[in-house]
Write a protein that binds this ligand. Sequence first.
Ligand code: 5AD
Ligand code: SF4
Length: 433
Amino acid sequence: MSKKLFIETLGCAMNSRDTEHMIAELSEKENYEVIDNFENADLILINTCSVRERPVHKLFSELGGFNKKKKPDAKIGVCGCTASHLGDEIIKRAPYVSFVLGARNVSKITEVLHKDKAVEIDINYDESEFAFKDFRTSKYKAYINISIGCDKACTFCIVPKTRGDEVSIPDALIVQEAQRAVNSGAKEVFLLGQNVNNYGRRFSGEHEKVNFTELLRRLSKIEGLERIRFTSPHPFHMDDEFIEEFAKNPKICKSMHMPLQSGSSKVLKDMKRGYTKEWFLNRVQKLRSMVPDVHISTDIIVAFPGESDEDFQETLDVMKRVRFDQIFSFKYSPRPQTEAEAFTNIVDEDVASARLTELQNLHTQIIDEKNAKLLGNVYTVYFEDLLHDYYVSGRSDNNIIIKVKGSDELLGEFRDVKITSIGRTILTGEVIG
Ligand code: 5AD
Ligand code: SF4
């Protein structure tokens, strides 16, 4: 009989892919099957994120809850970025935890399972060529890692300390993985890396020089692969060659994540982002001039140490000029092992909250204005999810989420949809062809 696995995933798409890899290894090699209640599980995993401060005691209280109600001999494993940065501290504080597995050690999941109190968190470990078993949550869209780790030194960010230096996965392996996904029914791939357009800077062995633009060209030759998405590109590496390939390659979906972080060139310098406000606006302009209906999303941090009112006004100014289609916005949160942790010119908490609210209100207003203009438009939607109430949802090429009345026969299909009503995060339409 199979053993039962419960796994909770926090954080980014990279973590979701790591979770798929762990499920694949555990089900193929150890006969586990995923269930959705931890009380019946033989193995409980929590795949953690540490990008912002999720109070550590929250992790421990959650672990305590698992421990209280789990089956008596069930194991608990802590994985992911908080595992990387807290290491054996986790077992010291929660001795009932069986093992700790860092974000760069995912391939060792079946090993740590059999070693009591194992702590595997080496951020120099190289699993860029590890042949993970196949498991995908979605049949229609395949997440594929193209690089591991991050070579940047943004002063606010803990990720280089949890996922280590950047190593690219050989392009032939990526193409093979995409081909396998297409063979099993996926028409879309979603390429993942901390810094996708820095792809090719370092491979673990000898390797032909292949950059991200070339990787996109190679992937787009796969027959039956219709859509390519990726996250996250870095504004610093958005050279003309990359933007031109993005614009003219019909398989590349026309939505771009451009993490701004701040609109102030001074703050960007303190963050060590490597670009200025002007460079960012110039890249947006180039992109929009080549792809007028491109959707641009962004990440913004408010109240970074030393951010003055004028600096914040620069962020609002970029927001008004770019009119982002989606934003992920956060108050700065000091992280251990980062350069900014030592910065002393902390912004007052009330000011930080007020700035976040002002930014988000401005964005809501922009989105409402933009969405109102979409009524009656027609988009080709790739359907991926069954919703309740007999709706099916999918995305347009430029990443608008659209639902229509329908059932599972639409899943994995492309249809032309006319927008009939507007919502803030999801639009409703009807299939017209
Ligand atoms: N504080 C707040 N937000 C952060 N991010 C990364 N580190 C921090 C931090 N210390 C945000 C950035 C990044 C996104 C994934 O999380 O905006 O792009
Ligand atoms: Fe993903 Fe970063 Fe969170 Fe790690 S810390 S899970 S890389 S968002």
